[in-house]
Design a protein around this ligand. Structure first.
Ligand SMILES: Nc1nc2[nH]cnc2c(=O)[nH]1
Ligand SMILES: [Zn+2]
Length: 452
């Protein structure tokens, strides 16, 4: 720890207590009685041991009364990264899960998304989803909006206003949509994507950026996919979409793109697989396709709630990790019924156990590994790991102050003196929720509790 310190500019806050996070080497590191300093730009200036207080206070110029001390049952963990969430589907989250993907899209999703032409409706839903996810510890979200440019810009504005780090995508789709008023031509899609990017970047929001968003191959002609690959390349932008979520969808893609060798090959052909690409699901990817992900640096978002809720499939995360493909977790609201990343952690653990039931040779994911996927893994999947994901010096302080024993919360701490990992494990497994997340910080700024 001591080597990670470096002199810096002014210190704004110093916290003392237990910090838990992941590193490349260790899925879970627990730092007890640690000291962490945040500078005036919201970046982590140092992290050291409580016993080093004298040295740290001299080097960084703070005095002991300035330190915020955590309580006994509290700890800091990195803010969670939701690598795939449809902000526009939040209004019907928890309902409409009685159909498989393609029928579900036409019956429920497209009609609801078409309502986002109405900016008043968009404002209501987007405010709720940003507040709900922040309260549940999502400090970074990679959002799908809808095809509507102005409503998508509004989502960016709302994320910025509440202080959430976000990638925001105006959805692009130019075919296979049965809903009358929810369509665009490839020319409209291309022009509106360019307008969206220019206007969002023009706002100069420090934490909110555009992401090029072809909905998925069945919704896009090759022409549109090619145009979007070009736009992303010319502007060095993130890209997000869906891939190999459901068997019927994979079959449809093979029919729609007979010239391509695989679903992954479709996106690759149109320059949509880059080291700033995140693809949701990937349940049916072959080893060759995973190798192409690894080669291009593209990542996967594991959305276990949605995979189960829409009866889509089960992603073999262990195999993805073996292929060294970057991987994070996603809620995939509203295919996934919960907007909370705590739920995504639980579902990822359960899904891995299902694979072990089917094949006892399968190496079940550990709790620590899934914790890493929710934090550092997500930041890597979004190529934002230079800014967030853990408590490394120089990154932004994106953090959750967790009180496992919060009044009225769902946990009875019986082994009060147990090791700190017990707190963490109970926090994730025992239906803990926003009552236990007492404060949320993004880039050093306290964004929860809300000020307004
Ligand atoms: N889960 C999910 N899969 C999709 N594939 C294309 N669109 C969607 C969507 O909105 N949700
Ligand atoms: Zn999705």
């Amino acid at each position: 720890m001591a080597n990670s310190n470096r002199p810096t500019t002014d210190i704004r806050h110093v916290y003392r207590g237990t910090f838990v996070h992941s590193t490349q080497q260790a899925p879970l590191q627990i730092l007890e009685d640690a000291l962490l300093g945040v500078d005036t730009e919201g970046k982590i200036a140092f992290i050291g041991k409580g016993a080093e207080l004298d040295r740290l206070s001299k080097t960084f110029g703070f005095s002991p009364p300035d330190i915020t001390q955590l309580e006994q049952h509290e700890f800091f963990m990195p803010g969670m990264v939701d690598t795939h969430i449809h902000a526009s589907q939040y209004s019907y989250a928890g309902t409409a899960l009685d159909m498989p993907l393609l029928q579900w899209l036409n019956t429920y999703t497209f009609p609801v998304e078409s309502r986002f032409k109405d900016l008043g409706f968009a404002h209501r839903v987007y405010t709720q989803v940003v507040k709900r996810t922040l309260r549940n510890g999502t400090t970074t979200a990679c959002y799908f909006a809808t095809i509507h440019t102005d409503a998508s810009l509004l989502l960016g504005q709302i994320a910025n206003d509440f202080g959430q780090r976000a990638l925001v995508g105006k959805v692009c789709m130019d075919r296979n949509n049965s809903v009358k008023h929810y369509k665009e031509t490839n020319q409209e899609s291309q022009e509106e994507t360019c307008r969206f990017i220019a206007e969002l970047l023009g706002k100069k929001y420090p934490l909110v950026k555009p992401v090029v968003t072809p909905r998925f191959a069945p919704s896009c002609t090759g022409v549109l996919l090619g145009q979007l690959g070009e736009i992303a390349k010319n502007n060095n932008l993130h890209i997000q979409s869906h891939i190999s979520e459901n068997a019927e969808e994979v079959k449809l893609v093979n029919e729609l793109f007979p010239e391509s060798e695989s679903y992954t090959d479709v996106y690759h052909k149109y320059n949509l697989l880059t080291d700033k690409t995140v693809m949701a699901h990937g349940c049916y990817l072959s080893d060759e396709e995973l190798a192409l992900f690894r080669e291009t640096g593209a990542s996967l978002s594991h959305c276990p709630n949605s995979n189960i809720s829409l009866c889509s499939g089960v992603l073999d995360v262990r195999n993805v990790l073996k292929h060294k493909v970057k991987l994070g977790l996603g809620t995939d609201v509203a295919g996934g019924y919960s907007a909370s990343m705590l739920d995504a952690v639980r579902r990822a653990l359960d899904s891995s156990k299902v694979l072990t039931i089917q094949d006892p040779e399968h190496e079940t994911l550990s709790f620590e590994e899934v914790f890493r996927l929710a934090t550092l893994g997500g930041s890597q999947a979004l190529s934002l790991d230079d800014q967030t994901g853990n408590f490394e010096v120089g990154k932004d302080f994106d953090a959750l102050r967790v009180n496992v024993a919060a009044p009225g919360g769902p946990i009875d701490l019986i082994q009060c003196d147990g090791p700190k990992v017990v707190y963490l494990s109970k926090f994730f497994r025992l239906k803990c929720d926003d009552r236990n997340i007492v404060e949320v910080f993004v880039a050093g700024r306290k964004v929860v509790p809300f000020t307004e």
